[in-house]
Ligand binder design. Structure first.
Ligand code: PRX
Length: 651
C-alpha cells in the first residue's frame, strides 16, 4: 500500500464531526491544549481521575534511569481492583461486564459483581497452587470469558501473565514458557473455531514434553470448553472447576507499586527470537483507560463495546481487558471466527447485543468487502455509533466501505496507530473534535509527542516523510525486554538516543496529518499481526531439505502483506520431490514450527538468491519479484543476472 502513497496523499474526502456528536463527546478539544500546556500535569490528572490508588503517588515521572521510565512510582494500586471491585463498591455491580458469545451460539453473561466474584476465587486458586506476586503465569486459551478472568486474577495477586496466542505451535509456546520461566500454565481442553473444536491442551502437553520434559511449570490449569478428549498428567494437571471447589470466595486486593510488572507479551522483532515486551501497572492502566474512554467516546452506562481482537495480542490486552474494564464498560467477547457458522456472524452479534462501538482490523474489513454489502445489509446495525481500526494502515476504499456499510454513513472512524511496545493508542483522531481523513491515522493523542525525522534525527515538516519516533516518555510505554536490557536499548534507543524509534515509516501530508507507511525493518505485517522474516527463515532452514531461505512480506489485497519465501534446496534433496511438493512440505513445516499465522502464502524453490558482494540477501529485490514490480537497482549485487533468473522462475 505504501507504493500508492502519492495517490493517498491526494485523498481529499473530509468528514468533520457532526454538531450532535461533538455536543455529547467525551473527549473535547481542550484536552489538546491542556496537555500541551503541562504534559505531566495532564497525565497526573488522568491517573487520578481514571484510577483508584491504594496509596497516592507524589511523583508523576522519573526519567532519570532513561530509557526505563518510572511513572507514578511511589504510588500503589491493584489493577484488578480498578477493573472490578471499585465498580461494584460504587454501585455498578449489576452492570454487564461481559457478554461472552461462544462460536456455537452459547452465551454466558457476567455482571461486574459476578466477574469480581469469579476473579477472587481464581486468585485464591493461584495462591493455593503456590503462585505469588512476581511469578509468571502462561495463558494459552480460546477467546472465552475465562481468559479475561485468568488475566485479572493474575493481576490481582501481582503475578505476571504472558498470554500466548492459541494459534501458536508447541515450540513457540515452549520457548515463551522457558523465557518467562512460567510456573503455571492456564489453558482449555479446546476451543471453537470455524465450526470445529481445536485442541489446546495437547499442544501444552507437547510443549512441556519437549526438551526432555523438564520445565519451570509446576501445574497446568485446564478450563473445560471443547469437551475434546485430553491426556492427563496426575499431580500436574487440574481442572479449572475442581480447583475452585473449596477455595475461599473472598480475596482482598492489596496495592502493588505502580512499577510492579503486569505482563510480558512476546512479539516478533528483526531476529529469530521473539521479544518479551514488559509492561507495568500504573502508567499502563492510565493510558489504556484514557484512550479507551476518549478515543472511542465511551459512555459506559449506555454503550456496548466490542473489540474483535484476541487476548493473545496487545489489542486484546489493552482494549478487551484492561481499558474497557477499568472504565466499567459493557462489552462483547466473541470466541470464534467471523464466518462461522455463516458469513454474517459478526453483524448478527452486533444486532443481538446492540453493539455501539466496534474496534477491528482492516484485514477483516477488506474480507467483508469482498463478500459483498448484501451480507451486512441483512442485519440491523443501527446501534453502531463509533468505529475503530487498528494493526495496519486502512486504505481509503476500505475506510469508506466501513463508514458507509457498517457505520451507516454517520459513525466516525478512528484509525489508531500503536504497538505492543507502546501499550496503548498513540496516534488517532478524537471523534468529536478531529475532521476525519480516510487512510490517515492523523494526530498524536493528547499527552503524546511524536515526530517524523530523517535518518539523522532531524524533524520533518508538512509534506515530507521519514521515520516515526516518540520524542517524550509516555505512561504506557514498555519498560524493557524481559531478560534482555541490551536488546531493549539497541532496538529502540540506539538510533536516535533520547527518542524512541518505532520501526515505522511515516509522512506528513500538506495539513500536517500523519500517514503510516509500514515497517522499515525486516518485520512483516500480515492481517495486522507482526511477523519476523528472520524467524520464518530460521524455521525454513531448520528443515532438512533446505539450504538457504529468504522471506519477504509482499503486498496483498486482503491481508496487507503476505509471507512469501524463496528457498534453495540442498543438492542432496533436490530430486526427492517436485518443486510443488517441496513448497507444500515447507509451508506445512513453518505452520508446525511457529503457527498457522506464519504459514507462507507462497514458497518459491529457486537456484540462487540475490546477494551483495558481502553476502547480504537483498530482500528488497525479492519483494519486487514477489509483487510483480519492475526490479529495482541491482548494481550492488554480486551477480546481476540472478534476479532475472528468479523472476523467470516465479512468473
Ligand atoms: O507497523 C505498525 C502497525 O503494526 C505495528 C505494531 O504491531 P503490533 O505490535 O503487533 O501491534 C498491533 C496492534 C496495535 C506498528 O509498528 N500498525 C499498528 N496500527 C497501525 C499500524 N500501521 C498503520 N496504521 C495503524 N493504525
Amino acid at each position: 500500500m505504501s507504493n500508492n502513497i502519492d495517490n493517498l496523499l491526494h485523498e481529499d474526502r473530509r468528514f468533520p464531526p457532526s454538531a450532535e456528536f461533538t455536543a455529547q463527546a467525551v473527549g473535547q478539544a481542550s484536552l489538546y491544549a491542556d496537555s500541551k500546556k503541562d504534559r505531566l500535569g495532564f497525565w497526573d490528572k488522568q491517573a487520578k481521575e481514571l484510577l483508584h490508588w491504594h496509596k497516592p503517588y507524589t511523583r508523576v515521572l522519573d526519567w532519570s534511569d532513561a530509557p526505563v521510565a518510572k511513572w507514578f512510582d511511589d504510588g500503589e494500586l491493584n489493577v484488578a481492583y480498578n477493573c472490578l471491585d471499585r465498580h461494584v463498591l460504587e454501585g455498578r455491580g449489576d452492570r454487564v461486564a461481559i457478554y461472552g458469545e461462544g462460536e456455537p451460539g452459547d452465551q454466558r453473561v457476567y455482571t461486574y459483581s459476578e466477574l469480581t466474584a469469579e476473579v477472587k476465587r481464581v486468585a485464591n486458586v493461584f495462591l493455593s497452587l503456590g503462585v505469588t506476586a512476581g511469578d509468571r503465569i502462561a495463558i494459552y486459551m480460546p477467546m472465552i470469558p475465562e481468559a479475561v478472568i485468568t488475566m485479572l486474577a493474575s493481576a490481582r495477586i501481582g503475578a505476571v501473565h504472558t498470554v500466548v496466542f492459541g494459534g501458536f505451535s508447541a515450540d513457540s509456546l515452549r520457548s515463551r514458557i522457558d523465557d518467562a520461566e512460567a510456573k503455571l500454565v492456564v489453558t482449555a481442553d479446546g476451543g471453537w473455531r470455524k465450526g470445529k473444536v481445536f485442541p489446546l491442551k495437547p499442544t501444552v502437553d507437547a510443549a512441556l514434553e519437549a526438551n526432555g520434559g523438564g520445565s519451570t511449570v509446576d501445574h497446568v490449569l485446564v478450563v473445560k470448553r471443547g469437551e475434546n478428549d485430553v491426556a492427563w498428567t496426575e499431580g500436574r494437571d487440574i481442572w479449572w472447576d475442581d480447583a475452585q471447589a473449596g477455595v475461599d470466595a473472598e480475596h482482598v486486593a492489596q496495592g502493588f507499586p505502580a512499577e510492579h510488572p503486569l505482563f510480558i507479551l512476546y512479539t516478533s522483532g528483526t531476529t529469530g527470537k521473539p521479544k518479551g515486551i514488559l509492561h507495568t501497572t500504573g502508567g499502563y492502566l492510565t493510558q489504556a483507560a484514557f484512550t479507551h474512554k476518549n478515543i472511542f467516546d465511551l459512555h459506559a452506562d449506555t454503550d456496548v463495546y466490542w473489540c474483535t481482537a484476541d487476548v493473545g495480542w496487545i489489542t486484546g490486552h489493552s482494549y478487551v481487558v484492561y481499558g474497557p474494564l477499568a472504565n466499567g464498560a459493557t462489552q462483547v467477547v466473541y470466541e470464534g471466527t467471523p464466518d462461522a457458522p455463516h458469513p454474517g456472524r459478526w453483524w448478527e452479534i452486533i444486532e443481538k447485543y446492540k453493539v455501539s462501538i466496534l474496534y477491528t482490523a482492516p484485514t477483516a474489513i477488506r474480507s467483508f468487502m469482498k463478500l459483498g454489502r448484501e451480507i451486512p445489509a441483512k442485519f440491523d446495525l443501527s446501534s453502531i455509533r463509533v468505529l475503530g481500526s487498528v494493526g495496519e494502515p486502512i486504505n481509503p476504499e476500505a475506510w469508506i466501505w466501513y463508514h458507509d456499510i457498517i457505520g451507516g454513513g454517520k459513525a466516525p472512524i478512528v484509525d489508531t496507530w500503536w504497538q505492543t511496545e507502546t501499550g496503548a493508542i498513540m496516534i488517532a483522531a478524537l471523534p468529536g473534535v478531529t475532521t476525519l481523513k480516510p487512510g490517515s491515522a492523523q494526530v498524536p493523542i493528547p499527552g503524546v509527542v511524536i515526530d517524523i525525522v530523517d535518518d539523522q534525527g532531524i524533524p520533518q515538516d508538512k509534506n515530507s516523510g521519514g521515520l516515526l519516533v516518540i520524542s517524550e516518555p509516555w505512561p504506557s510505554m514498555l519498560r524493557g525486554i524481559w531478560g534482555d536490557p541490551a536488546r531493549f536499548q539497541e532496538t529502540y534507543w540506539e538510533k536516535f538516543g533520547d527518542k524512541y524509534f518505532a520501526g515505522d515509516g511515516a509522512r506528513y501530508d500538506r495539513d500536517g496529518d500523519i500517514w503510516l507507511l509500514g515497517r522499515v525493518d525486516d518485520v512483516m505485517n500480515v492481517s495486522g499481526h507482526r511477523l519476523s522474516t528472520a524467524e520464518i527463515e530460521s524455521a525454513l532452514v531448520g528443515n532438512q531439505i533446505v539450504a538457504e531461505a529468504a522471506v519477504v512480506g509482499a503486498a496483498d489485497e486482503t491481508t496487507g502483506q503476505a509471507v512469501v519465501a524463496f528457498v534453495i534446496l540442498k543438492k542432496s534433496h533436490i530430486d526427492d520431490q517436485t518443486p510443488e511438493e517441496a513448497s507444500a512440505i515447507l509451508r506445512k513445516h513453518v505452520a508446525e514450527q511457529i503457527g498457522a499465522i506464519a504459514r507462507p502464502s507462497k514458497v518459491y524453490i529457486v537456484e540462487e538468491l540475490p546477494k551483495t558482494r558481502s553476502g547480504k540477501i537483498m530482500r528488497r529485490l525479492l519483494q519486487d519479484v514477489a509483487e510483480g514490480r519492475e526490479i529495482g537497482d541491482t548494481t550492488t549485487l554480486a551477480d546481476t543476472g540472478v534476479v532475472s533468473i528468479i523472476s523467470a522462475q516465479v512468473h
